[in-house]
Design a protein around this ligand. Structure first.
Ligand SMILES: Cc1cc2nc3c(=O)[nH]c(=O)nc-3n(C[C@H](O)[C@H](O)[C@H](O)COP(=O)(O)OP(=O)(O)OC[C@H]3O[C@@H](n4cnc5c(N)ncnc54)[C@H](O)[C@@H]3O)c2cc1C
Length: 267
């Protein structure tokens, strides 16, 4: 497991089988998939950026690790059976009905998770593993929530529960591609290097008095660029910033040269 994703949680978990029960387009490039399963009644949920690892079938059948050393078991599986693992956010949990909602960015068929979500229908099976949350705004007087399309589910949940003033910046390809969010959002049209529009917009923001909490996630360059700016130029304490590269953009030249051979492991 990548160290950056190691998180606090109550007990070791193992992947659970879940079934797609609803597929609802939220916007042209985002779909909400509702998953149901007996084990989801006990699914650990610790906050708005609750991480769920999704185990996607590689063939007709889904084979899941059975113990808490899911990573070790996964590596020992034959390649033809080993599910592909990708990280997502739980947008909503309904323990009584044993269901969770996951919102997927549809970025085409180059990624197994996006391809799976784009074609998902009720009855499809998938594996899910709760893996903790990182958002911790306790003690903050105000918050800065920043991301791209992939951070929309977590930011939407954080906005719903926020008890302090929040400034939200979302750098996206097209605002119409993702669902609208409650509250005031600064929608920034991506251009140039990832994160550059966000930094330009942040330069115009007068920070409120008091202790901030910053949560920034999305494409890796966006997350690191924004954090660097906030620490180096705005003097925000590193301890007050959570940042995470949710995915890494593949340079066009690498994409063009890519073969179809993929290592089916966690992103
Ligand atoms: C903690 C965490 C929570 C996350 N939550 C969500 C979530 O709720 N919803 C969500 O949609 N994503 C979320 N992500 C991001 C998601 O895991 C990645 O986008 C992942 O790479 C998608 O897997 P894939 O199989 O579709 O593509 P991959 O096989 O990983 O990548 C294939 C190609 O697609 C490109 N690519 C990957 N993601 C994107 C994208 N979003 N836009 C454009 N190109 C892309 C890659 O650069 C690569 O060239 C989260 C990531 C983390 C770490």
């Amino acid at each position: 497991m990548p160290e950056s994703l190691a998180v606090r949680q109550a007990a070791p978990q193992r992947p659970l089988y879940a079934t797609v029960v609803a597929v609802r387009p939220l916007a042209p490039r985002m779909v909400r998939i509702t998953l149901a399963g007996d084990g989801l009644g006990d699914f650990l949920y610790a906050g708005p950026d609750q991480l769920v690892r999704l185990f996607l079938p590689v063939g007709e059948e889904l084979h899941l690790p059975t113990g808490s050393d899911w990573w070790g078991e996964l590596q020992a599986m034959p390649a033809g059976l080993r599910p592909v693992v990708r990280n997502y956010t739980v947008r909503r949990i309904d323990r009584a009905r044993r269901r969770i909602d996951v919102d997927f960015v549809l970025h085409g068929d180059s990624g197994p998770a996006s391809a799976w979500a784009g074609a998902a229908v009720p009855g499809d099976r998938i594996g899910v593993l709760s893996d903790g949350a990182r958002y911790r705004a306790d003690g903050a007087d105000w918050q800065l929530l920043i991301g791209d399309e992939t951070a929309v589910p977590a930011i939407a949940s954080a906005l719903e529960g926020a008890r302090t003033p929040v400034h939200t910046f979302l750098e996206v390809g097209d605002e119409g591609d993702v669902p609208d969010l409650a509250g005031e959002v600064n929608w920034l049209h991506r251009s140039g290097a990832r994160g550059s529009r966000t930094v330009a917009a942040l330069r115009g923001l007068s920070f409120p008095a008091g202790t901030p909490y910053v949560w920034v996630a999305g494409e890796s360059t966006l997350a690191t660029t924004v954090r660097r700016y906030l620490v180096n130029e705005r003097g925000i304490d590193k301890d007050r910033i959570y940042f995470c590269g949710y995915w890494r953009e593949t340079p066009a030249a690498v994409r063009a040269a890519a073969t179809t051979d993929r290592e089916p492991v966690a992103a």
